[in-house]
Design a protein around this ligand. Structure first.
Ligand code: ADP
Ligand code: MG
Length: 703
């Protein structure tokens, strides 16, 4: 980019050292160009002036009124001290309120004069008030009054107190434009702009900040979204072709003794068609000479663990070690036990490493790993620790990967001298657009078939007032030999919320389901590992009929005889979490139930979530809906799994069409010029670089 655009923001008129530090720290704005890429997040229409009587409760947006000052008053004291101006426009009255800068504002305003007032109204008991409005005398403002559509910029609390509110940022953007506007050079090739009908960059940046018409604003937005998504796709597709063209993938040519014996003698049931297909895909990946980088999506209960085990056996057949990393100790212990059981007599050694593995055991594990005596290591985050070294790590399996951060994953790759094959497994389906952006470099396998004989889970929603009926139902099911999970959003309640908590819940459950007929076990995140394990074991062995828990049991826990999942204060959970929890039941042949308990008053969104759960068992549909309801930024896991770059303008939830086109355009360019080496592509190279960011750590290590 141009020199002026790269100029340090502190040299811009109106900034200086102190504000430059604030802008950098709070908004990541370090150069003049950064500021021009700090887009308004919303626009306000100053072409319309409202009448006070017109303003309704739900009018959350900013509005403009024109009114005369009728009087003033001081109110409150201490931190609540405020200055109030009462205004009227003939249709009604409103209060303008200032908490800060009172003495100054008091001097500026004049009783009886008419002002243009601009701000965000609140209605309380039909009284309209506007806190800290923008205000301009109609006479004085005649010339300079801003009209038309104007951008509102995001700021932060710290920026506001540093006199860098949205208005100040607007002024700085004006200054930046004056300085640099002329020097903005096009980033996209002409042919691409023509093909996709994209506005020029200079015009787009102008219109995004200072829209000249709604149409121009739409075109500018489109162009900038396209550019942003193109940048991400150039980066991701480039990484991918780098990995594919490199020929340093480990080779697993043999399907040997271990795999075959397991398949023939140990497999407890026939594989589903989908499991077979995925095992084949993995085998195909590991004989190409390229590193495998595969995402395995399969709904809860679809049998991903078995697929992982078979892949690890192939690695062992070829003389390589594997590790299986999972998000919780409970899950690690469970996999260790079940994989141990399934591979008994095969002659392979399996290790378990978690945060609570004792020192002596650790030492033993370390020896086994370094000598190659341990074939498969199962564990939690503890696997990432520096002192874990493998002799020849060939395959890394990450279960429920959304729980791991980008950097954690990256550290695991470095444990091998040679990049190991990667299999990432998740039960939280990732909507297509998100997958293309987050995991564009991953090949995707899907297990879209549940093991035979499973009955679809029946999901119902009850309000707390029907608790007795629900308890009655549970009692009957337990007497038929079933087991029940009851999950709470919190361990301990607080005065502030009405949500159910585990401590109270356990008490009332113990009363409603008394010993000796009923036994209740407890598991939550704050318990000591040994106690947790004890609770799990009681439930697994069937000694306990009821498992009272927090969402620690959300992922992976497998107790086929448990057929009822009760989720307390279900409105508190996100959709994907609810679906995960539901997946804990329905694993045996009995009819299973998921009972969502909630308070009587629900927000619209909560009602939609619970409604969707009742309506469908399809994880993919729920994931799409979740993304629509919450936006991709909040999707569980998105943050942790690291959208390493920040999207400033595009929205993965609603811009999937633009993403599709941008991806196509990126592929077209890369097909012709894989390295973007052509001087005509210099600007595209810069663009790609902008979205490489921190992700480099991750993907360079994978590839
Ligand atoms: P997830 O995909 O959620 O990790 P699991 O691997 O925990 O699912 O498997 C769920 C249950 O299904 C386990 O009890 C497992 O033993 C069983 N299972 C896996 N594959 C099959 C199959 N092909 N036929 C029958 N049961 C299976
Ligand atoms: Mg699992």
């Amino acid at each position: 980019m141009n020199e002026i655009l790269n100029r340090d923001i502190k040299f811009l008129t109106g900034v200086g050292e102190r504000r430059a530090v604030l802008l950098g720290r709070e908004l990541g704005i370090r150069t003049v160009g950064d500021l021009l890429y700090h887009f308004p997040f919303r626009y306000i229409d100053r072409t319309k002036t409202y009448k006070i009587a017109e303003i309704r409760d739900e009018q959350a947006a900013y509005i403009q009124i024109r009114a005369r000052i009728e009087g003033f008053r001081h109110a409150g004291g201490g931190p609540k001290k405020r200055f109030v101006a009462i205004v009227s426009d003939g249709t009604g009255t409103a209060e303008l309120v200032w908490f800060k800068g009172i003495s100054w504002i008091e001097k500026c305003l004049e009783r009886g004069r008419e002002y243009t007032i601009f701000g965000r109204p609140t209605l309380f008991k039909h009284e309209l008030s506007i806190v800290h409005p923008e205000i301009e005398s109609v006479i004085e403002g005649q010339n300079k009054l801003r009209t038309g559509v104007q951008g509102v910029y995001s700021t932060t609390e710290k920026l506001n107190t540093g006199q860098l509110g949205t208005k100040a940022i607007y002024t700085l953007v004006c200054n930046a434009w004056q300085l640099a506007g002329e020097h903005i050079a096009e980033t996209l090739p002409d042919a691409m702009r023509a093909q996709y009908g994209l506005m020029g960059l200079r015009e787009a940046l102008y219109n995004i900040h200072f829209p000249t018409s709604p149409q121009k604003l739409r075109e500018a937005t489109y162009r900038l979204k396209f550019e942003e998504l193109l940048g991400t796709q150039l980066h991701i597709l480039g990484q991918r072709s780098g990995r594919i063209t490199r020929n340093d993938g480990l080779l697993f040519p043999k399907v040997g003794e271990l795999f075959n014996t397991f398949y023939r003698d140990k497999l407890p049931f026939p594989l589903t068609g989908a499991q077979k297909r995925v095992v084949k895909e993995i085998r195909a990946d590991t004989v190409t000479g390229h590193q495998m980088n595969r995402l395995l999506q399969g709904d809860v209960g679809s049998g991903k663990t078995l697929v992982a085990l078979m892949a690890m056996l192939i690695a062992a057949d070829n003389g390589y070690q594997s590790c299986l990393m999972v998000p919780t100790e409970i899950l690690a212990a469970q996999h260790f036990a079940s994989i141990g059981r399934m591979t008994e007599g095969l002659g392979i050694r399996i290790g378990l490493l978690t945060g609570s593995t004792r020192k002596g055991e650790r030492r033993e594990l370390a020896e086994g790993l370094e000598s190659g005596a341990i074939h498969i290591l199962i564990g939690t985050h503890a696997l990432i620790e520096d002192n874990v070294r493998f002799a020849n790590l060939g395959l890394v399996v990450i279960d429920e990967q959304h729980r791991f951060g980008v950097e954690q994953r990256a550290r695991l790759w470095t444990k091998a001298g040679h990049p190991p094959h990667i299999l990432v497994m998740t039960a939280t389906p990732i909507p297509r657009t998100l997958a293309m952006t987050l995991y564009g470099d991953l090949d995707v396998s899907v297990i879209d078939e549940l093991p035979p004989g499973r009955k679809p889970i029946k999901t119902v929603h009850y309000h707390d007032s029907h608790r007795l009926q629900v308890f009655g139902f549970i009692r009957n099911e337990i007497r038929k030999g079933r087991q029940v999970y009851i999950v709470y959003p919190l361990i301990k309640g607080s005065e502030k919320t009405d949500y159910k908590d585990l401590e109270d819940g356990f008490e009332s459950i113990s009363r409603a389901f008394p010993l000796p007929e009923f036994v209740t076990a407890v598991v939550h995140g704050k318990m000591k590992p040994a106690d947790k394990e004890f609770g799990m074991r009681m439930f697994k062995e069937g000694t306990a009929h009821i498992m009272v828990a927090t969402s620690v049991i959300e992922v992976g826990v497998d107790v086929p005889n448990a057929s009822i999942m009760v989720i307390e204060s279900a409105e508190r959970f996100g959709l994907s979490q609810l679906h995960q929890l539901r997946g804990r039941v329905g694993r045996g042949s009995e009819q299973s139930y998921c009972i969502l308990m909630s308070g009587d008053k629900l927000s619209r969104e909560a009602r939609q979530r619970l409604g969707a759960m009742v309506e469908t068992n399809d994880g993919f549909r729920l994931a799409e809906l979740d993304m629509q309801l919450r936006g991709p930024g909040d999707l569980q896991g998105t943050q942790q799994s690291g959208l390493a770059f920040e999207l400033r303008i595009a929205n993965l939830g609603s811009d999937s069409q633009i993403l599709q086109l941008a991806r196509e355009a990126a592929q077209q360019v890369l097909d012709a010029d894989p390295q973007l080496a052509d001087p005509a592509h210099a600007a595209l190279r810069d663009l790609r670089q902008r979205y490489a960011g921190r992700q480099e750590i991750d993907f360079s290590m994978i590839s």
